[in-house]
Design a protein around this ligand. Sequence first.
Ligand SMILES: [Mn+2]
Length: 466
Amino acid sequence: MASPGLSHPQSSSPMAKPRTRSFWCLPDGCLVFGSAFLALLLVWSFWSFFTPTPNFESHVTEPSSKLKSSVDCSESGFGVNLKSDPKDPTFYDDPEMSYSIEKPVKDWDEKRQEWLKHHPSFAAGARERIVLVTGSQPKPCKNPIGDHLLLRFFKNKVDYSRIHGYDIFYNNLLLHPKMGSFWAKLPVVKAAMLAHPEAEWIWWVDSDALFTDMEFKLPLERYKNHNLVVHGWPKMIYESKSWTSLNAGVFLIRNCQWSMDLIHTWSSMGPISKDHEKWGEIQRSTFKDKLFPDSDDQSALIYLLYTEKEKYYDHIYLEGEFYLEGYWVEIIGGYENTTERYLEIERGAPRLRRRHAEKVSEQYAAFREEFLKGAGNGRGSWRRPLITHFTGCQPCSGDYNQMYAGESCWEGMVKALNFADNQVLRKSMVKQKQNIKREENQGANSAALMAGLCSSFLVYKGIENI
Ligand SMILES: [Mn+2]
């Protein structure tokens, strides 16, 4: 596997955002205006003291509506208007418009643009807006601890999305009856694109993958000329012809016509195609290391890149520099060292130990960047990996690749989930001089766990001062 480089994708610390200044307090006239305002405030406070109900409105208001007096509640905190949907027709009014994976979407760029024109409050920030999409099967898990694991995997994605201000959508229904298993994501991603014209990007993250760096933000600037971002290596596609030359379990796809066309072509190698079996044979004969006969989404994408390089290569960014997703086996052994290195940084940097609201934590991530310059990225690095992917372990079915002991899958997952969850708690909810203690699952117990005999999978031991 190609070794990712050691450079830093975030040298310009994109997490830092300018703080909003009070617009009325300009240097000249500030004093005059300020004094006038203070006087007005004084008069108003006396007036309101003697007037029980400040009668700004002509009708009697309910107590709760007083809270609204200074804020237009039709606007969310991000300045987008969640209530306005003008009558002008958009693509949603077209009866021919379908979310189905089988029906191609045409002129999507124009349609999306038109929608944004009618919803101007979404235009600001639209270029960077991301909707994270994930999901799992519609039924309860066969693995006795599967639903618990999936819940924690989902919580992890909710945490990451909340910290970075992304919307998140979890799907657990097959949107097309034939598109099950690894193919299920494509109908969901397409539907999410149509349902979210306000978003520039849809970020698919598998249910068996989790964020293990809650601070790291995608370097979107790097992808400005690309429409699809996947973890992958060109040499492995064009020289080794390997079916693992990229990983389709995590990808970022631009909400545009190019992506609609790609999804259409891509899914036509899946179970909705009458040639599905034939595609399996073609993939196997092209990628010799592919051992199973069925056509799969990952091989299908690699096949497109391999056979139609001129058409696709320039639009697909193969991210090999950091762990857009990383193979859990090569990652999880490094968590302890990473934790220790990060704690060491915090011990020497009071600024990083300052308690803060979670909403401003990107600022602290930016502060931390300067201490991570020597950490490297990807394999061999002590930087937290962005995403750890439990490829070959299925948390819900309990199936796993026979090259691992099943226990190592579940123990590894718990370790990764705790590694990430501790970051969330330490970020803003626990004092930096405190340590989160958990009783980790011991190997000896895992047989019992798998049999569903032990419900106390994780015993929370509390927080201790360090
Ligand atoms: Mn996966």
